[in-house]
Design a protein around this ligand. Sequence first.
Ligand code: HEM
Length: 420
Amino acid sequence: MTEFSSKDAKACPVHFDHHTVDHTKQWPETYRKLREECPRAWTDNYDGFWVATRLSDIVGVAQQSDAFSAHKEVDFENGTSTGGVTIPPAGTTRGIPNEADNPEWEGIRRFINRRFAPRAIEERRAKAKQFTAALVDMVIETGECDFVDDLTSALPALVTMEIFGFPLDEWRKFADPFHTMVFTPIHDPAFAETVRGLDYFRERVDEEIAKRRIEPKDDFLTLLATGEINGEPLTWQQIRDLSFNILAGGVDTTTALASNALIWLGRNPGERQRLIDDPDLMPFACEEFIRFYSPIGALSRTAIKDTEVDGWTIRKGERVLMAYAGGNRDPEAFEDPEQVKIDRFPNKHVGFGAGMHRCLGSFLARMMFQEMIGEVLRRLPDYTIDEDGLRQYPSISGVNGWISIPAHFTPGAKVGAVIE
Ligand code: HEM
């Protein structure tokens, strides 16, 4: 096995920038080449970082949380930050638990885990079903829709608003700035403006938390307002950082997953019919779409000591990008990795990450995906995608998603579902 560290990284230097439009167009090819020729690549971009594209290396980094930090240090005065899970670190917005190390991480996860555990999520399924039916009702008589606008963006946002306890009719004001921030390339002068778009969400979090302290309800905002971590009430900053992480996780990733799946099923009518005929395939199809499209393509860690991962030395202070999307197409781990197999099993992908930061919302994401895709296949089974109208995110460095997916179908009847 080739051994190299950044000192002799010239053995494998690459020009790699996951924020570019080129990367959006070519990521499967880029990661395939890196995995084959340079699986532990070094790039000088963004102050230098490693790019790991083999599944076993990604898991090796993700599982060593005592050696690789996700913690983000924010300097509010200067508006800068270091560390965290993005390269480069994005401004002053910090998401917790994602950008926290132990012991902070453990306290937060213990505080919220139960709310996102399988049982709690199953209890939310009926509401998600009702919302999905109502969203389809809004378009079914017209014979056309935009899957993103009308369904895949709306449903995760509505369910997330319901979990928090925010008024449902504000969903767009919450979700839109998150989508825009995620797809605007970090080099774009508009990026700073999109981050400022999150001010609305911050103000509303502050307002609703103040209300819950006076009048508690049975919702997540009340837990944040009145709960304790290690015997201490949460600070305003903790509440904002936690809300940011869960809203960002809730409103964009599942949107991207369902959007990609709808495009693929639109292009593969035979496989779509197979899923209609055998709905028991849905959980397997869900995992396969997560693997194949990797809604979160890559996240990073910083080594806090010299560390070795299977013969690869990473020096203290060096950053590593774990290219989940690359690992998910690693032929060492998956047969025919460039093929979608809706019945693939086993499917040990890293689409939800690995190690202690593995996704908090995986059960929620799966449930929402199943409800959205299931409803479309039942009520709009002959839909066709308007390929010319497809608009992909210009930058997929955050999330591999779509801005617009216009579609046509045979009009049908409403079922009378409502969003409330
Ligand atoms: C298909 C949908 C989703 C995908 C692909 C996805 C992917 C991921 C990935 C890759 C990580 C690992 C982060 C890391 O390695 O640093 C993660 C963590 C996380 N996700 Fe998700 N996610 C999804 C849905 C959700 C939803 C619906 C929520 C809402 C609750 C959510 C909340 C979180 C949180 C809070 C973390 C941080 C966990 C921690 O650090 O302990 N995610 N997710």
